[in-house]
Design a protein around this ligand. Structure first.
Ligand code: PLP
Length: 388
């Protein structure tokens, strides 16, 4: 049984198709449509009596189906859907399951917050945003209709840890569904379904892709919950391209070794920066004094590759530090082999008002680091020279 294998084995072999030529992994089916011997054969697939390839935008393409089988196995889910971006996955989830209302707990990626605050309300979808420290109010907000509870953990950018089991128990008491954006953790470090979440969201652009060379997204969960999302995905044209699906499957084969090294490097950087005279705070769930450390130890297998620091001085000084980095490149993404740096105020949270950033504890002096696979000593010395 594939699902009983270890994660590294599933990364390499999970979901792979055997073809007539003995290819060691699923080939790229670079076709938009698939031909049938007869109309009866075509109708068997169209009407769902047989599974098979049909049309790539529906996701019925062997390269995409094979990727989705692998993605499902990695999260311990019965099913998965692959999308053209993380935002496509999030938007389809909200449209399919959030129409009665969405409650977002804690910080989230700026695009997700924009969708929740400014766009979904235009369609009449009620949305409410709670800070992590307000999570206990969830019960009050959930009374009545069947809502969707959504959160990231670890959060962006302050790496807060939200207790998945606790939130899922509370939400389920009110008949709400729970979706967790687990992008920062990857399935190597966290499997939200095991803690009671209903759906897992990934921007596969990050650790799953891992090389900053593809844009994709994924949702994992039960077939019953994914079926209505599949319909939105088809008709909004959000399905992953077959070429990207093949590239993503290629990347997933090395996911475990990459993420383990991200974890080690980030831990080394976080420890080296703690106590530095120019650094006020190091946010990393792997540090014993991080407020979410205890929950992270319980629900995560590793603490991830993201480290955020808050530096002394003002915004201009933080920018000078960022601009002086040499190995660590300024770019608004994460999860790739190369280390990247951003200031949340200039990128991911640029769209929020100054007051809203302050309410969320996102300071002008915060610097977010995506720690890559370089030698950790080189990363630490780059950061030390920039801070000097
Ligand atoms: N979720 C998280 C946690 C992210 O950081 C991002 C992007 O940075 C997204 C979702 C959106 O992903 P994408 O850029 O693939 O649309």
């Amino acid at each position: 049984m594939e699902e009983e294998r270890g994660l590294s084995t599933l990364c390499v072999h999970g979901g792979e198709l055997k073809d007539a030529h003995g290819a060691p992994h699923t080939p790229l089916y670079d076709t938009t449509t698939f031909a049938f011997d007869s109309t009866a054969d075509l109708l068997d697939v169209v009407e769902g009596r047989k599974s098979g390839a049909l049309y790539t935008r529906y996701g019925l393409n062997p390269t995409i189906q094979s990727l989705e089988a692998k993605l499902a196995l990695l999260e311990g889910a019965p099913s998965a859907l692959a999308f053209g971006s993380g935002m496509a996955a999030t938007a389809a989830l909200f449209l399919a399951h959030g129409r009665e209302g969405i409650v977002c707990i804690g910080d989230a990626y700026g695009g997700t917050l924009d969708l929740l605050q400014n766009q979904l309300p235009l369609l009449g979808i009620p949305t409410q945003l709670l800070l992590t420290r307000e999570a206990e109010r969830l019960g009050v907000l959930l009374g009545g209709s069947k809502k969707l509870v959504f959160f990231e953990t670890p959060t962006n950018p302050a790496l807060e840890i939200i207790d998945i089991r606790r939130m899922a128990t509370l939400a389920h008491e009110f008949g709400a569904l729970v979706a967790v954006d687990s992008t920062f953790a990857s399935p190597v470090n966290q499997r939200p379904l095991a803690w009671g979440a209903d759906i897992v969201v990934h921007s596969a652009t990050k650790y799953l892709g891992g090389h900053s060379d593809l844009t994709a997204g994924a949702l994992m969960g039960s077939e019953a919950l994914l079926a209505p999302i599949r319909a939105w995905r088809s008709n909004l044209g959000q399905t992953i391209a077959a070429e990207t699906a093949q590239l993503l499957a290629r990347s997933l084969r090395t996911l475990v070794v990459r993420v383990e090294r991200h974890n080690e490097n980030a831990q080394a950087v976080a420890r080296a920066l703690r106590g530095h005279e120019r650094v006020k705070t190091v946010f990393y769930p792997g540090l014993e004094d991080h407020p979410g450390h205890e929950i992270a130890c319980r629900q995560m297998q590793g603490f991830g590759g993201m480290v955020t620091i808050d530096v002394q001085g003002d915004a201009a000084e933080a920018t000078r530090i960022v601009d002086r980095l040499q190995w660590i490149k300024i770019a608004p993404s994460l999860g790739g082999v190369e280390s990247l740096v951003t200031q949340p105020m200039t990128t991911t949270h640029h769209g929020l008002s100054v007051a809203e950033r302050a309410r969320r504890g996102i300071t002008d002096t915060m610097i977010r680091l995506s720690i890559g696979l370089e030698d950790p000593d080189d990363l630490v010395s780059d950061l030390r020279q920039a801070l000097r």
